[in-house]
Design a protein around this ligand. Sequence first.
Ligand SMILES: Cc1cc2nc3c(=O)[nH]c(=O)nc-3n(C[C@H](O)[C@H](O)[C@H](O)COP(=O)(O)OP(=O)(O)OC[C@H]3O[C@@H](n4cnc5c(N)ncnc54)[C@H](O)[C@@H]3O)c2cc1C
Length: 396
Amino acid sequence: MTDIEAYASQAKAWLEKTPIPENTGTEVSREFMAKLYDAGYSGISWPAEYGGQGLSTAEERVFQQAARGKALPVGVFGIGLGMCGPTLLSLGTEEQKKRYIRPLLRGEEIWCQLFSEPGAGSDIASLQTRAVRDEDGWVLSGQKVWTTVAQHADHGLIIARTDADVPKHKGITMFIVDMRAPGVTVRPLRDMTGIAHFNEVFFDDVRIAEDQVLGGVNNGWHAAITTLLHERMSIGMGSAAPDRPTSYKSIAARAQKRGLTEDPAVREKLVDLYIQERALELFNARLAQEVKAGVNPGSRGSVTKLLLAELTLDSAETAAEIFGEGVVAHSEDDELARYAVALAWAPGMALGGGTNEIVRNAIGERVLGLPREPQVDRDVPFRELKVGTQKKETGA
Ligand SMILES: Cc1cc2nc3c(=O)[nH]c(=O)nc-3n(C[C@H](O)[C@H](O)[C@H](O)COP(=O)(O)OP(=O)(O)OC[C@H]3O[C@@H](n4cnc5c(N)ncnc54)[C@H](O)[C@@H]3O)c2cc1C
């Protein structure tokens, strides 16, 4: 048995014997994450000096494969593990990495990502949340929106305007913000599934210490791009395609049981779904190999997020088309109810982490080498721009 095979059977054995709680409340998730960490299965490929296991992405993939179909209750840590942690590892100071990585991996601290604002989504560089320096650090004020898991978060990565006299991309800084600090207000927002997955967050003169700047003052655009690339890879590669509620396997099995697969139109839809799922899986396997070999996929990592967003929508629509009016959230048939929730959730996948259009732009410009989108405001000081809700007279 090779080392990796031995690791795989160890991981499988642990997953078999460890009860997976069904209740996914935050406390249950924290406890489960601590168990996962103590058994050596959290932060598998993260550096050992900050609390990771120091193994390779090969072991990481092996564990993910072993955990397929198990629905581990760790979703609330997704933003921390997929985006904030990797950004801290890339840009953090030694003290920041020592302070934050281990509690994140052990489920002791939950993170959120505070980028989007009411007036700045795709054009995130137009953000208006401000951080002003004083003798004790920084004072933060403004509003963020669509902040996933902010209602549970201990910390957030936030980007704010720190210099309005330079062009919009150049006057932004990333900070680590304490979500329990005085002046932080979190209000839930309900999405189409009926659940409040995300929130709006208000910052009223929130104090941030100087050592909570991440990646350098006015270097926030670079820091944000670092987070977004991690985000797209982690969304696209994070959820194994065959585990989705509207997977090919689930829809095809149900269609077959009901004698619907004789219909050529249904067969065509199913084949199309199968091809998309396989293409995504193979593309992800290739990205994983590249990462293992030390190659940074850069914006090619965004392709996986685009593929998953399209697959999520297509497969939910396919389920609705094949099984028709039975696909409703209150159905007594659990599978149909899950299809209905997937259908309501699917459009969000084409928005979060960068919309499909924005991701296509990034792939066009940075992977395919197409000409850049015209940007007339690139060299204009932010203070002179009329963006979002910014009023000309108030500046930033
Ligand atoms: C499920 C979910 C979770 C999210 N979680 C978070 C989070 O945790 N933290 C966070 O900060 N944000 C989060 N977001 C917000 C997300 O990042 C934004 O919704 C996204 O960036 C789009 O911004 P917007 O909603 O303001 O849309 P807009 O930017 O206003 O876009 C509106 C439409 O215009 C199109 N468009 C805009 N610009 C262009 C262009 N240049 N070329 C072509 N088309 C264009 C867009 O594609 C879109 O169709 C989340 C969103 C969702 C759906």
